[in-house]
Design a protein around this ligand. Sequence first.
Ligand SMILES: Nc1ncnc2c1ncn2[C@@H]1O[C@H](COP(=O)(O)OP(=O)(O)OP(=O)(O)O)[C@@H](O)[C@H]1O
Ligand SMILES: [Mg+2]
Length: 316
Amino acid sequence: MAPQRIDLTEAASQYQVSTHTLRNYIRSKRLTQYGQGKAIQLDRDELTALFAAKNPDTRRRVFAICNHKGGVAKTTTAGALGWFLSRRAPTLMIDADPQGHLTQVCGLDSDGLERTLYEVMVKGLPIQEAISPIILQEPPLEFEPSSLSIVGSNLELAETTMQVTGRPWWAKILRNALKAVQEDYPYVVIDCPPNLDALTVNAIAAATDVIVPVDMGAFSLRGTVKLLEIMRHVSEELADAPNVWFLATRVEPNQFTEDVLDQLWQAYDNRVLNTVIRKAVDVGRSQMYRCPLPVMFPNNMTTHDYAALTRELLNE
Ligand SMILES: Nc1ncnc2c1ncn2[C@@H]1O[C@H](COP(=O)(O)OP(=O)(O)OP(=O)(O)O)[C@@H](O)[C@H]1O
Ligand SMILES: [Mg+2]
C-alpha cells in the first residue's frame, strides 16, 4: 500500500505545532521529507508515531531554565513547562530569580512571602518548609492543587551569592536541599536569573537537564559559549552532568528567524530541541494577569508549543 502523505502546513495545524518544528524534525531525521519547497509532504504514520500520546516517562527530572541573556523567555518557559509536567506527576517550581517573576505569575505576592528560596539557600531552612501552593483565580476544573507548587523568591534572594560563595560545597546547596523532596516531586523546574552567579550555578548543579532558551534576535547566540563553559566547570565536579538543550523561542514566520535557527543548528546540532516556541501577544497578557500561560490561554498556539515541548522532553 502507498504511504499516506500530508502537506507540511496541514500537518502543522493538525498536530498543533509550528511548521518550523516539523522542519526541525526533518532536519534531525525523525521525519522523512517528500517533495521540495512549498510542496513538502510528510508521512502520516511517522507523524502519528512522533506525536501520539504514549505512556509518560516518570523518571525523576530536574529542569533548569538558564540563559544569562535577559528576556529570552526563561520565566515563560518555566511556568508553562511546570504546568504541563504537573498534568503528569507532582511538580515543584523553584524561582531562583530575585526578580520574583515566576512567583508572581503563580499568583503569589513575592514581597509578602516569608519563606523563600533565600531561607533555603542561606539559612538552611528545609525546602519543604518553603513550598507554597500556586494561586489560580479561575483554576481549570481538572486542576488538582497539590500537583503544582512553588518555592518562591523576592529581592532578598539577590544577597545569596555574597552570602554563600565562601562556603565549601556552595554550588551544591540546592542540589542537596532538593533531596528531601525527591520522592514527593518527580519533576522540578528551576527558573534562573539573567546572570551566571551562584543561583544559576546551583541550578545547573541540581539539574538533570539544562534548557537554554534562545530568542530569535541578532545577539542571541553570542553568550551561549560562556554559558557552556560554566556548565562544563560545574559538570567536572559532578558524577552526573546534566544534559543541555537549546530551545528556540519567540519564533516568527520570517527570514530572520530562519537565519537564527540555521545558526543555532549549525552551532549545536543534536542539542537543539525540535520543538520551537512561537511568538504570541497573549504571552505578555498572561504575565500581566499573573497567571501561567496554559491556564489563561489553553488554546493559544504558544501553549500548544509548550505542550509539544513537554512531550519531546519526556520523550513520550
Ligand atoms: N512566545 C512569546 N511570544 C511573545 N512574547 C513572549 C514570548 N515569550 C516571552 N515573551 C515576552 O518576552 C518578555 C520576556 O519573557 P520572560 O520574562 O519569560 O523572559 P526571561 O528570560 O525570564 O526574562 P529575565 O531575563 O528578565 O528573567 C516578556 O515580556 C514576555 O511576555
Ligand atoms: Mg525571568
